[in-house]
Design a protein around this ligand. Sequence first.
Ligand code: FES
Ligand SMILES: [Fe+2]
Length: 342
Amino acid sequence: MIRNQWYAILESNEVHRGKPVGVTRMGEKLVAWRDSDGKVTVMVDRCPHRGVALSAGAVHGNNIWCPFHGFEFDASGRCTVIPANGREAPVPKAFQVRTYPAHEAHGFIFIYWGEADGEVGLPRWFEDLDDSFSYGSARDPWHAHYSRVIENQLDVPHVPFIHHNTIGRGGRTVMDGPWVEWQGPDRFFVRTAMRPEDGVPARSAKEMAPPDKPFHLEFIFPNLWQNWISDKVRVVAAFAPVDEENTMLYLRFYQNFMRTPGVRGFINSTSMIFNTIVARQDRRVVQTQRPMRSDLRIGEKLIPGDGPIIAYRRRRQELIDAAQQAADRNARRAGALAIEVN
Ligand code: FES
Ligand SMILES: [Fe+2]
């Protein structure tokens, strides 16, 4: 997993006021809870006292309470009260719970996962997906590393095979392109042209112009994807890494052609039935991929149609390396500091 990134990790409606929610993301046990104003906090789900899960506790006002000995923690993770010491006794700084910067937008809860030393900005989103859209959503747990789930959504040549009876009808098995276009360092667009086998080998992106159709895929690092079907219809996915072998897929159908309440909800939720069937066709196959985690050099023999996957792998590796360098710098700085102190 790439550190120092904003990840969509939960949907807003999974975290209710007054009740902490325990969840595993990026291999860590986390607790998400809302204060009395509804603001979300996401912190490590382990009491610094004796290791109890804070998600088994309760939220009172703007604090989360550990169920074991009633220690209270505020939204910054600071322990404010140790009841057994007396409410007026000072609390040592060491009783701090690690908290991740959290941001709620577009019906998702994002956390900045990594070392937030400095300005972390805000999570990115799809620029042309505005409030005129409404959506239906589904959650689907996959027994797969999130990199494999993402790559599946960037993989177009699989469509006529896995989805031969749904979105891949028509036997368009030959893929011209693909055209991968970056917009900034962490967002890219993919266009492809699929056609039935006609004896003409696939043409590369250099050999022909991209199709004159607006349909495309968009990916935003580290874990957001949009299938731009038309200016009024989209499918969006967020790939929340659970651990090294599991991913929670958040899938949404967005549209803005029907805005009448009720009818709108009906269209959105019935569309999600179809989208979930399509995603299950993918899941059955992707779960069998080995190694579970994708990487730049895992010995796979790729084809030109895998261009978007190669783009993803390269940038992912760059971001992993950049995060590692930042961690090394921090470690050196901490080491230098320790020497100075001694
Ligand atoms: S374990 Fe949490 S207060 Fe003791
Ligand atoms: Fe698929």
